[in-house]
Ligand binder design. Structure first.
Ligand code: ATP
Ligand code: SKM
Ligand code: MG
Length: 263
């Protein structure tokens, strides 16, 4: 065997070691999940993730291939998250609720924690139509917009393990709710009108609230929608005075309880 053949053989052996180490690593990830479940521990532990990363960085030190190794490490972590989320959620998570209830915030956080795809329905419709939502309403009417929502929700059935962040009015149409539930669990986020006002008061992005930024208006609109939101929901999570990690943990726990009941 010449030197080149020898190096190639060594390289192949390195790849095998990597393969074995990764398989071992991912099996440990599954064990950690099972342990947390058995002892009723929180699934989300962002501080632990940070600790693990710091430990890796310290160990990496000034390694010649620091950047390249770190790049691979990030991809390993991403895939760990995918393993967890596929195990936890074999369905789409469909977030509904009033403007400012936190649908986009929750989507972003869950997506970062579990490497899940997010579909922001409003954004997707705006991109496809190349028009803002108020312009779609003005030009074609609300019925046309609701039909686009229904079509998009039907498309979501080709996916799983995706977070669907709905427009504030999407769950008001019975047909939409039917489509959401075909392969999704519907999570209703709620907050008191005072909390909503506090969260949205500095933004001009919500046409329905512009010129109506007061508790009375929000309360009335919320009340008029409450029954439909609640009827659509598989689980309800109240978000007042809770931080994003607490809210997401509650969502995960309630979804898991639902799984236990349906087995
Ligand atoms: N739990 C929370 N605590 C404090 N602030 C929050 C919380 N959840 C969301 N917010 C803040 O409230 C604002 C509205 O949240 P977000 O955009 O996620 O709501 P939304 O339900 O997606 O609203 P919309 O229906 O208009 O899209 C944001 O500025 C966000 O940072
Ligand atoms: O609450 C609503 O009815 C709406 C909320 C937004 O997300 C948009 O989907 C649209 O402006 C309608
Ligand atoms: Mg949003």
């Amino acid at each position: 065997m010449n030197d080149l053949e020898l190096y190639r053989e060594q390289l192949a052996m390195c790849d095998e070691k990597l393969m074995d180490a990764l398989a071992e690593r991912y099996a440990i990830v599954e064990k950690i999940m099972a342990y947390k479940e058995e002892y009723g521990m929180p699934i989300l532990q962002p501080k632990q993730e940070e600790k693990q990363k710091r430990r890796f960085e310290d160990k990496l030190g000034h390694n010649t291939y620091k950047d390249e190794i770190y790049d691979v490490y990030k991809s390993i972590l991403l895939n760990s998250k995918r393993i967890q989320s596929r195990k936890l959620f074999s369905y789409n998570i469909v977030l509904i609720g009033f403007m400012g209830a936190g649908k986009s915030t929750v989507s972003e956080y869950l997506s970062a924690m579990f490497a899940m795809d997010v579909v922001e329905m409003d954004q997707e419709i705006v991109a496809r139509e190349e028009m803002s939502i108020p312009d779609i309403f003005d030009t074609y009417g609300e019925e046309y917009f609701r039909n686009l929502e229904t079509k998009l929700l039907i498309e979501m059935q080709e996916r799983k393990n995706t977070i669907v962040s709905c427009g504030g009015g999407a769950a008001l149409r019975a047909e939409n709710v039917k489509e959401m539930k075909k392969n999704g669990r519907v999570v209703l986020l709620t907050a008191h009108p005072e909390t909503i006002l506090e969260r949205v008061k500095d933004s001009e992005d919500r046409p329905l609230l512009n010129g109506n930024k007061n508790v009375e208006f929000i309360d009335n609109l919320m009340e008029s929608r409450r029954e439909k939101y609640e009827a659509a929901a598989d689980i309800v999570v109240h978000t007042d005075k809770k931080d994003i990690n607490t809210i997401c943990e509650e969502i995960i726990q309630k979804l898991s309880e639902m799984d236990e009941k349906t087995v």
